[in-house]
Write a protein that binds this ligand. Structure first.
Ligand code: NAD
Ligand code: WQD
Length: 341
């Protein structure tokens, strides 16, 4: 039995990962400050897993509180670090919030780990570090100057983690997620965007349920087969299972280097119109959408090469775009039935 500290454990990816860690026999302790999540997630995790989730409300920006919490929690073998802010547009408007939380919070966490002899961490990175790359994108693709402060925080955190590996015996797995979508089959946990969603799939489901009037497709004049942008949409449960694989990888000391990085995607690209058509097909709901202008900063097409994760972590995705759409829809309907929390 290994004990895993999950930061951002009440969030979208963190909550799904807790389910899979517990299923795999790990002991979990979660922290969150509910900046972008609700305490009710913990109740719903209990319904899914049949277990009370050990939890503490800790803000990782509060170095003293974080250190006191880690010190008072003996036996942590590894950390999965999800806690961060993730809205690209907000990061442009308010960069300091992002540098303080995403970079400063990570530094605080690493200090707390070092002081307490915790030597393994799985870090949430993002395909955004690649910018406009030629797909399929491998881990060795160049990392250009970041297009947003958010993207920059992910690049900087990877560098901070690498440097800490050189200076200490820290072992890191950085996971570069492509586009996480979907929800748990129970419809008890899923993505809960606060306010107007930035991302495609929550916007689709909110439009279908009537919370939004119309979905705007951002541009149909891109150099792609149907003119809309292409992304690699990965089911959040597949993503959660990759974190269990990453923890196993560290526990079994399979890492050849102190800092390892893996792409997490399906290896397949889908256009915005394909996503909409798949949603309509699996749900039978006709979506109200219109073609609008391009969104500033969008890359034309990006999808992962997942060979390294397949061979290194022994992991691959098992869930289809259809399952992504049907579970997202079931989740949106569940939210509508219950209210947000
Ligand atoms: P999320 O917002 O649902 O989850 C993050 C959680 O961290 C939230 O519950 C939030 O309340 C918490 N948190 C934020 N700041 C905190 C702080 N200072 N102290 C304690 N808790 C704090 O986001 P998510 O989609 O689950 O993303 C998890 C991680 O994955 C993030 O690091 C994000 O940047 C990264 N990521 C997400 C995506 C995506 O599209 N969802 C893609 C690539 C990478
Ligand atoms: C997907 C496609 C849009 C909304 C973002 C972050 C990235 C990563 C994942 C964290 C694009 C189109 C969207 C809408 C649309 N997050 N779209 N109408 O931009 O690939 O990536 O989330 O690390 O850093 O930038 O995801 O879901 O916003 O967009 O047409 O209302 O859907 O133009 O082609 P994106 P997205």
């Amino acid at each position: 039995m290994k004990k895993i500290l999950v930061t951002g454990g009440a969030g979208y990816i963190g909550s799904h990962t807790i389910v899979e860690l517990l299923k795999a026999g790990y002991e979990v302790i979660a922290i969150d400050n509910f900046d972008n999540s609700y305490p009710s997630v913990l109740e719903n995790l209990k319904k899914i897993t049949g277990q009370e989730i050990p939890f503490a409300e800790v803000d990782i920006r509060d170095k003293a509180a974080l250190k006191a919490f880690v010190k008072a929690t003996p036996g942590i073998d590894a950390v999965i670090h999800f806690a961060a802010n993730k809205a690209v547009g907000e990061s442009v408007a308010n960069p300091l919030k992002y540098y303080e939380n995403n970079v400063g919070g990570t530094v605080n966490l690493l200090e707390a780990m070092q002081e307490n002899g915790i030597k393994q961490i799985v870090f949430s990175s993002s395909c955004t570090v690649y910018g406009e790359a030629t797909p399929p994108v491998g881990e060795d693709a160049p990392i250009p100057v970041a297009q947003s402060p958010y993207g920059n925080t992910k690049q900087i955190c990877e560098e901070v983690l690498k440097d800490q590996c050189v200076a200490t015996d820290l072992k890191v797995v950085a996971l570069r997620y492509f586009n996480p979508v979907g929800a748990h089959e129970s419809a008890l946990i899923g993505e809960l965007p606060i306010g107007v969603p930035n991302n495609l799939v929550p916007f689709i489901t909110q439009t279908a349920i009537g919370k939004r009037e119309v979905l705007t497709v951002y541009g149909d004049d891109y150099p792609t087969p149907d003119g809309t942008c292409i992304r690699d949409y990965i089911h959040v449960v597949d993503l959660a299972l990759a974190h269990v694989a990453a923890i196993n990888y560290l526990a079994e000391k399979k890492n050849e280097e102190a800092f390892s990085v893996f792409n997490l995607g399906t290896g397949q690209g889908n256009s915005v119109l394909e996503v909409i058509q798949t949603f309509e097909k699996v749900t039978g709901v006709k979506l109200n959408y219109k073609i609008g202008p391009r969104r500033a900063g969008d890359v034309v097409q990006v999808y992962a090469s997942c060979d390294k994760a397949m061979s290194g972590l022994g992991w691959k995705t098992e869930r289809s775009l259809e399952e992504c759409m049907s579970s997202s829809w079931k989740w949106e309907q569940a939210i509508a039935a219950k209210g947000n929390n």
